[in-house]
Unconditional design. Structure first.
Lengths: 136, 443
């Protein structure tokens, strides 16, 4: 049975919430939209959720480096190419695997990137928090 | 002679930029015929109130619009109203086909004399009454009120490898008719044709030669040049060399050549240092250095920053990592030394390099889509204006630089910019800067 992207987003959200903090969906950032953003204390994690299409997710994650401490790709695919896996590790991103009926597990733990640029990060995070206050 | 700097009018919201950064920046303004037909009073007010009185203008008659599939000039309700108004100025045979069939070369040929006269008459007279009726007219001398285009453009059509044999002879005849028609006008305008061509035309020497030969014998003063979707940064050396060959032939026949969608490579080609192969180059306030002949959807707007040195308008989110990795955003002096020192950047940065984020400032809006509401980020109006003012400052500087520099300086500038952005380890590895340099060095 194939898993839908919506179901995948729900699974990843539950998985992230196990660590405390808050999860926000469809966060606009630098002209793109991040599937999930996880705020915990002062740390910001961006997560791209893809049923497959890992290469595309890696491309989308590049711009998140200006905002995030951690970047992860969550996927339902069972086979990830060695090339993509190497790229994910090289870039310091995390990889979460989610399977139907199962739960999410870490395949690769993300590294703290420290590549963010303060002014942009502040703008994006403040907007998330304003959105929470406004109920949007 | 200095390269003429033209700017193309696109929307009324940008009209304040036609005297920016200085009143005398632009040699001339290009107006689209359909816009003029749709809002002549507004265009007359724009020319009287928002353009340097010494700047010239021309109206692009957009005759190629009737040659494409009707869907390309239509919206949900049928042909766009601006196109309908333009067609009504050009004659019954155009109106009859509007929205159903594109015009063909035989039909144009059969109506050519009348069609050409209508197209020229439209350009010469359409704004006449609107200048006189404009509120600002009372503050002007009589001879200042009615402005005339300094160039009239003969009917022209989009040329491809497949269709040029049918259309090129029609364009030649239209050009010859136009030259005769303007003889009685006062003041006598220049007469141009327009080469609006598919980029594949640049790759075949024979097509370049035949295109040139067809227009060189018409006694024209010049041509407007528009190569469809020609991005100078992405263009191949073959295409860049084709562009060089075409404009070299046209200039060699004594014709002015105004590239209506050109970037820095065109500016370099237009410099005296590289043989003044263009007499002028135009762009829009919102870029327009490359444009498709057939309009396509614009997509979601995103902030773009014109990167000096690269001569490329980059996505803000793509330039910031480069600037951070090179430590250009560490201090304000570093920013001004390595990125930009224009007056807009001085104002925006204001001593704090973090203020560079203002070029990427955005708002998030909820947009209704087929499957629900999505949150999409849009550049703020202020951010768009900042990016635009910075771009216009840099364009002015580029035109001045190419006009004042010799070829050694211009080539060295490209080479050093390549090293600045791509490093010294592989200075000969490819970038558009080295590609441009090679093409130009061979001239």
């Amino acid at each position: 049975m194939k898993i839908s992207e919506t179901a995948l987003v729900d699974m990843v959200t539950s998985f992230l919430l196990e660590g405390g903090g808050k999860v926000f969906a469809e966060v606009a950032s630098l002209g793109q939209s991040a599937d999930l953003v996880y705020l915990c204390g002062t740390e910001v994690t961006f997560v791209e959720v893809k049923v497959n299409a890992i290469s595309r997710a890696i491309g989308q994650c590049r711009a998140h480096e200006l905002v995030a401490d951690y970047i992860c790709i969550a996927t339902a695919t069972k086979s990830i190419s060695a090339n993509n896996l190497d790229t994910i590790k090289e870039l310091g991103y995390g990889l979460i695997s989610c399977q139907v009926g199962g739960r999410c597990t870490w395949i690769v733990r993300p590294k703290k990137l420290a590549k963010y640029w303060g002014p942009i990060r502040t703008q994006v995070v403040e907007r998330i928090l304003v959105g929470v206050r406004d109920g949007t | 002679m200095a390269l003429e700097h033209w700017m193309t009018f696109a929307t009324f919201s940008e009209q304040e930029f036609f005297t920016y950064p200085t009143e005398s920046t632009y040699h001339g303004v290009i107006l689209n015929g359909n816009m003029v037909a749709h809002a002549p009073a507004g265009i007359a007010a724009f020319l009287l109130g928002k353009v340097n009185p010494k700047a010239c203008f021309l109206i692009d008659p957009m005759t190629h619009a009737f040659q494409h599939s009707p869907e390309t000039i239509s919206n949900d309700k049928g042909p766009k109203s601006s196109i309908v108004k333009l067609a009504s100025n050009y004659g019954q045979f155009i109106v009859e086909r509007l929205g159903s069939n594109p015009i063909d070369a035989a039909a144009v040929n059969a109506n050519l004399e009348e069609f050409t006269h209508n197209v020229l008459s439209f350009q010469w007279k359409v704004l006449e009454d609107h200048f006189r009726e404009n509120g600002d007219a009372k503050y002007l001398e009589d001879d200042e009120v009615v402005r005339r285009p300094s160039i009239l453009v003969a009917p022209y059509f989009y040329l491809t490898e497949e269709n040029y044999e049918a259309w090129l002879p029609v364009m030649s005849k239209a050009a010859a008719i136009s030259v005769k028609w303007v003889a009685g006008l006062e003041p006598v305008p220049k007469v141009y044709s327009a080469l609006v061509i598919d980029r594949s035309m640049l790759q075949v020497d024979e097509l370049i030669a035949r295109t040139h030969a067809a227009l060189a014998s018409c006694d024209l003063d010049g041509v407007l040049l528009w190569v469809d979707e020609f991005d100078e940064i992405a263009a191949s050396s073959l295409e860049l060399n084709g562009l060089v060959k075409l404009c070299t032939l046209l200039r060699g026949s004594g014709l002015d050549v105004l590239n209506i969608h050109g970037g820095y490579f065109s500016c370099l080609l237009g410099s005296a240092a590289f043989g003044s192969r263009f007499t002028g180059v135009s762009h829009g306030p919102e870029f327009g250095e490359s444009r498709g002949v057939v309009p396509v959807g614009g997509g979601i707007p995103i902030s773009r920053f014109y990167v000096p040195g690269l001569h490329e308008r980059m996505k803000f989110r793509e330039f910031v990592p480069i600037a951070l990795s090179k430590r250009w955003l560490v201090t304000a002096p570093a920013y001004h030394q390595f990125v930009c020192n224009c007056k807009e950047c001085q104002q925006v940065i204001d001593g704090d390099p973090d203020n560079f984020s203002l070029y990427g400032e955005s708002d998030v809006k909820n947009i209704k889509r087929k499957y629900g509401v999505v949150r999409i980020e849009f550049p703020t109006t202020d951010a768009k204006k900042r990016c635009l003012r910075h771009y216009l400052n840099k364009k002015r500087a580029e035109f001045e630089f190419v006009s004042a520099s010799d070829r050694a300086i211009l080539l060295e500038d490209l080479a050093s910019a390549h090293i600045k952005f791509y490093g010294t380890e592989s200075p000969h590895a490819g970038s558009h800067l080295t590609k441009w340099g090679k093409v130009l060095a061979a001239l």
